[in-house]
Ligand binder design. Structure first.
Ligand SMILES: [Zn+2]
Length: 129
């Protein structure tokens, strides 16, 4: 999820600059997403807890990627975890007081997108409900 600083930055942008669009950008080849997948599939004692803050933060996105696939025993790809995380952040922004009220008024949009580090292209993704 996004931390208080990220949330506050988004709110600051809205209030100070009337930001019309917030883009929550996932990216391909995300090593944090790879770590989350690896750690979720190992026994706790098999995985170094040096990355515990990353893997625990991304575990809900890993679970969401599996839920989205609707396939038993599905192993999500890193992009799917990264995209799920971006959707979770977008949802949190919508629920936040300042951003949520601006979204309701139509004065700001929240767009989830995926940045492909190989091609440099950014693809807008449909918001899930
Ligand atoms: Zn990353």
């Amino acid at each position: 999820m996004c931390d208080q600083l990220t949330l506050a930055s988004a709110e600051f942008g809205l209030r100070r600059f009337n930001t019309p669009l917030i883009v929550v950008l996932a990216h391909s080849r995300c090593q944090a997403a790879e770590l989350a997948i690896k750690s979720a599939r190992m026994q706790p004692d098999e995985f170094s807890d040096g990355f515990a803050s990353i893997t625990s933060a991304l575990r809900p996105a890993y679970d969401l990627a599996i839920e989205t696939a609707r396939t038993p025993n599905y192993v999500p790809k890193a992009n799917e975890v990264a995209i799920a995380q971006a959707h979770r952040v977008a949802d949190q922004l919508h629920r936040g007081h300042a951003v949520g009220s601006h979204v309701e008024r139509g004065s700001v949009g929240v767009q989830v997108a995926l940045y492909d580090v190989s091609s440099g292209l950014v693809r807008a993704l449909t918001r899930r409900r």
